[in-house]
Design a protein around this ligand. Structure first.
Ligand SMILES: Cc1ncc(COP(=O)(O)O)c(C=O)c1O
Length: 504
């Protein structure tokens, strides 16, 4: 397998220092001799199925605090936590805002492992799962009623689709004709064939298009404040138009055939931190209620404190029928996701068959729940959520001050610890680049550590056709201080100013 090239892209400026010799990897299973270590590391890379088979990822030697130290000694401030996953950064016993979270999480893992890491959830449950479910439901002010724990965003969204389907068959006046699901363009709900079809992430759908045919999944426009409104159309008129589009789709399919409508209250990587406009969620809920269509909020990326409220829907006070969370739920410590059910849908099954037909081996997993519980107790604290909001304001003003005048920065948007910088070829027409700029920028930052020192994430497909258009996402951990926020702003601005868009 070819070694990862640090000169992969023409936009990488040759006048920047490029690290060439990887340093030794102490503390690993390798022997401390840098050349031997690198050879061992490279040869074991080929046994891993990477996303990009030809270009394996960089090796992280250690992640601690808010930094990731790479195998070759380059240190990067983790400004994205992967795809907005590491909500509490990496191991850090000292940070005052975290109040000993990491020690408690480690202790919880150890003690739960000693009590019983796994019990088959069909027949058994452990106390930690009940406590976690209770605290999570309590965090919604009991607006939600029950919760099931799964392993990934995909599996939880998949469960929500099945639950909505069963709801219509078990409610007081069953409607077995309801088979259709409506999602939105520029959205992502998961990687299995069902959730992939449910979303509107074209770049990920195209390679599997033949398998996604004959779908019961349909789409309407996303709420996109940057690209959606027509010239001179105000927010209210735009929201009204989106709601009419949804209504028209429901009527076209036949109201009695539609099961559920799913959306991300703040769209993640498929749209690049698109925050729903005021009034949109409320209007959508009204429509869904009037047709008895289950409203599912996918908060896998934007939920669990990422936007400054524990649940993204709490900004607008619009409660979904089903809510799905993942990523930040366990802050990257363990694979974990959850489906929270509102009273209406939960009660229907309880009074109906009493059986949710869907099941998974690692559902309601005690060890995962022990970790999730510690994460929840940490991120629910007002000091953490307030910090996210304050940091969001600082990120917004810093990024806008530094980048609004850039000829290729079309839009800077987001909320809390979740921001996207969208790149465009032409600011007037909002025309996107034909090529993947964000991927090149990410490469650029990783390859040239100094002076940027950032780990960032890319969003793709946010242009008008849902294939082109991209940006970079900043999703720092919830507890970082303003000095680090300023470093992120400074380095991001400098990095985008240095990036040669003309060479891509
Ligand atoms: C909004 C949203 N839903 C669902 C998923 C799927 O989650 P996972 O990759 O954990 O299966 C993602 C992942 O990026 C996501 O952003």
């Amino acid at each position: 397998m070819p070694a990862r090239s640090l000169h992969a892209h023409p936009a990488l400026r040759a006048d920047k220092p490029i690290p060439s010799t990887p340093a030794s990897s102490n503390g690993s299973a390798l022997n401390g001799d840098s050349e031997t270590d690198q050879r061992a590391s490279e040869s074991t890379q080929r046994f891993v199925l990477h996303r990009n088979l030809q270009q394996p990822p960089f090796v992280v030697r250690e992640a601690s605090n808010t930094y990731q130290l790479l195998e070759d000694d380059r240190n990067a401030l983790d400004a994205a936590g992967g795809a907005a996953v590491s909500a509490l950064g990496h191991y850090d016993e000292e940070h005052p805002l975290l109040g000993g979270f990491w020690r408690r999480a480690i202790n919880a893992m150890i003690s739960q492992t000693m009590k019983g890491a796994y019990s088959c959830s069909t027949m058994y449950i452990q106390d930690v799962v009940k406590t976690y479910a209770w605290e999570l439901i309590e965090s919604t002010d009991y607006k939600m009623s029950r919760v099931g724990f799964y392993t990934s965003g995909t599996t939880a969204v998949n469960a929500s689709v099945k639950f909505a389907f069963q709801y219509h068959r078990e409610k007081t006046n069953p409607e077995p004709s309801r088979i259709h699901f409506i999602g939105r363009e520029q959205s992502y709900h998961g990687g299995d064939l069902g959730t992939l079809a449910l979303g509107g992430y074209k770049a990920r759908q195209i390679p599997y298009q033949a398998l996604l045919k004959e779908s019961v999944f349909h789409h309407v426009s996303a709420c996109n404040p940057y690209r959606g409104p027509r010239p001179n159309e105000d927010t209210k008129a735009y929201v009204d138009r989106l709601v009419q589009e949804l209504k028209a789709k429901i009527e076209e399919l036949g109201p009695k055939t539609v099961c559920a409508f799913i959306l991300e209250p703040v769209v993640g990587a498929a749209g690049g931190c698109l925050v729903a406009l005021p009034g949109y969620l409320k209007a959508v809920k009204k429509i869904c209620k009037s047709y008895d269509i289950v409203l599912i909020f996918d908060e896998v990326m934007c939920g669990m404190g990422r936007t400054g409220k524990l649940h993204a829907w709490q900004h607008d006070g619009v409660v979904p029928d089903i809510q799905v969370v993942g990523k930040g739920l366990s802050a990257g410590l363990i694979p974990l996701s959850a489906m929270l059910l509102g009273h209406k849908v939960s009660d229907a099954l309880f009074k109906g068959s009493g059986l949710f037909a869907h099941g998974e081996t690692y559902q309601n997993h005690p060890l995962s729940c022990a970790v999730g519980l510690e994460v929840l107790r940490c991120i629910r604290q007002p000091c953490i959520l307030d910090n996210v909001s304050k940091m969001g304001e600082r990120l917004e003003s810093g990024l806008k001050n530094g980048l609004s005048g850039h000829p290729h920065v079309g839009d800077i948007r987001g909320r809390g610890a979740f921001w996207n910088i969208e790149f465009v070829q032409d600011k007037q027409t909002k025309q996107s680049f034909k090529k993947n700029i964000a991927g090149a920028v990410v490469e650029f930052v990783i390859a040239l550590e100094r002076p940027y020192q950032l780990s960032i994430y890319s969003s793709t497909g946010c242009g008008d056709n849902g294939i082109e258009g991209d940006g970079i996402i900043l999703a720092p951990p919830y507890h970082i201080d303003m000095a680090l926020v300023d470093t992120i702003i400074k380095n991001t601005v400098q990095m985008i100013n240095d990036f040669r868009f003309d060479l891509v």
